[in-house]
Design a protein around this ligand. Structure first.
Ligand code: NAD
Length: 486
């Protein structure tokens, strides 16, 4: 058992490493500093790349079975420490107990299920004349860059397929949520050879060094769309492989035949799960005009039953905004709504003196389609409800965005639900359900929501190079061909 309460280190080449500088980690529910974390220098990153490159030489030769055992051992280690992980996740991220449970249990499940996935050699041709095989060879050292909303699960989404495909990896958590990841690195030392999984902690600068590093073959990045563009530019210098999981502005379309009272809790959690700090949160709620008033009324009354507070208190359902810059960003949307006279159906008033970075659950009543709260990604608990009448019009409005991460459609008429859903431009379209993920389900964004995907064999393949090997079986170089002159 390791101590989760103090002493956060980086994990480099199987050793716990401090850095010359440190930075603070906060509890967002109290704004208190809860730990000091090593701030990696460029030399620390170089050490991690060297360690990962050295480990790659033998890790790439391991069998699928050995890699699967290693992932199951990581799952066992998380499971054995799950209570400590959940408590620390609530403390550093702010999410209440149920959210922490979902994320940590999800991380265990993902390790175990990705461990069952592999990419056997493809026999393209095997005749008397030739044999052609395509192998899926590992890339080398992978860099995983992770955001602060699901710090553990999104790290595992990178670690599990990277290792399963025979790569070694360096994970950089967000500077706002480094603690659980530091402990994950520490734990991994007892189950993985040194250098197979390294954890470096630091700010955005560290991410930039990773994307430009000559020793890193691929970057698996989850974060903001604008940051994703920086990553892509920087990675171009060494033509790194990239997976980019970026921002979203997911529409939900509600048909006229729904029961407003019955559907309100589902629509509420679709938007506000993880305090709306969720790439796939419903960020625009299009409700048919026939039921608009009733759905709004039911959502308001449901919102009033939800307890916002410190996630460590047992009855809390929504926590704070995770960090100070995000808190300031979310407040801009409130101010913009007020400035423009949009109506808050519930919420809207911020108590800046609250102990933590708390923002009330807020519903905006039918703001204009081009308002900031509709067009942008607030990434906080402020949701616009919009009216629609014609199916063609609502589909066009839902698709009128540079984003294309997720979408959902809700209604009793399943033919209409499917017809509308099939026209939505998004990587995942949920029909009469939402936020169902699986290690076997490809997840990724269309348009500026990303590049490539995570999960499933498609996601695993992104951690490999195609390696086509052909053999001409007819040639016999052993027997000399008589020349004409002879
Ligand atoms: P962010 O882009 O600010 O930071 C993400 C990570 O990138 C952090 O570790 C950060 O330190 C690092 N980083 C910052 N600048 C960098 C640079 N120039 N080069 C390399 N690395 C850099 O994102 P965030 O605020 O932590 O997360 C919120 C965003 O993430 C939202 O837009 C959300 O929609 C998105 N997100 C997407 C998914 C998805 O799967 N598509 C999942 C979760 C979050």
């Amino acid at each position: 058992m390791i101590n989760f309460k103090t002493d956060y280190s980086m994990t480099i080449g199987g050793k716990l490493v401090k850095a010359k500088a440190t930075f603070p980690a906060y509890n967002p529910a109290t704004r208190e500093v809860i730990a000091q974390v090593p701030e990696a220098s460029e030399a620390d990153l170089n050490s991690a790349v060297d360690a990962a490159a050295a480990a790659f030489k033998s890790w790439r030769k391991t069998s699928v079975k050995e890699r699967a055992q290693a992932l199951n051992a990581i799952a066992d280690a998380i499971e054995a420490n799950q209570e400590s992980f959940k408590a620390l996740l609530t403390q550093e991220q702010g999410k209440p107990r149920a959210g922490a449970e979902w994320e940590i249990v999800g991380s265990i499940i993902w390790c175990r299920e990705i461990a069952k996935q592999s990419l056997p050699d493809e026999i393209v041709e095997d005749t008397a004349d030739r044999r052609v095989i395509t192998r899926f060879s590992p890339l080398g050292v992978v860099g995983g860059i992770v955001p602060w909303n699901f710090p553990v699960l999104l790290a595992i989404w990178k670690i599990a397929p990277a290792l399963m495909a025979g790569n070694t990896i360096i994970i950089k958590p967000s500077p706002f949520t480094p603690l659980c990841t530091a402990k994950l690195g520490e734990l991994s030392r007892s189950v993985l050879p040194p250098g197979v999984l390294n954890v470096v902690t630091g700010g955005d600068e560290l991410g930039k060094w990773m994307t430009a590093h000559r020793g890193i073959a691929k970057i698996a990045f989850t974060g903001n769309t604008e940051t994703g563009k920086h990553v892509m530019r920087s990675a171009a210098g060494t033509l790194k492989r990239l997976t980019l999981e970026l921002g979203g502005n997911d529409p939900a379309i509600v048909l006229a035949d729904v029961d407003p009272k019955a559907i309100a809790p589902q629509l509420f959690w679709a938007a506000f799960q993880n305090n709306a700090q969720f790439c796939n949160a419903t960020k625009r709620l299009y409700v048919h005009e026939d039921v608009y008033d009733a759905v709004l009324r039911e959502l308001v009354s449901f919102a009033k039953t939800v307890k916002v507070g410190d996630g460590s208190e047992p009855d809390t359902q929504l926590g704070p905004i995770q960090n100070a810059p995000q808190y300031e960003k979310v407040l801009e949307y409130f101010e913009d709504c007020k400035r423009n006279g949009y109506r808050f159906a519930v919420g809207g008033e911020i108590d800046r003196k609250a102990k933590g970075w708390f923002v009330p659950v807020t519903l905006v009543d039918n703001p204009p389609e081009d308002s900031r709260v509709v067009v942008e990604e607030p990434f906080g608990p402020i949701l616009p409800l919009l009216k629609w009448k014609s199916e063609a019009d609502v589909i066009a409005r839902a698709n009128d965005t540079p984003y294309g991460l997720g979408a959902s459609v809700w209604g009793k008429d399943t033919a209409a639900v499917e017809r509308i859903g099939s026209q939505l431009e998004a990587g995942t379209v949920w029909l009469n359900e939402i936020h169902q993920y699986s290690p076997y389900q490809a997840f990724g964004g269309h348009k500026q929501s990303g590049l490539g995907c995570e999960n499933s064999l498609h996601g695993l393949m992104e951690y490999t190079n195609w390696h086509t090997i052909t053999l001409n079986k007819k040639v016999n170089f052993g027997r000399a061909t008589p020349s004409k002159a002879a």
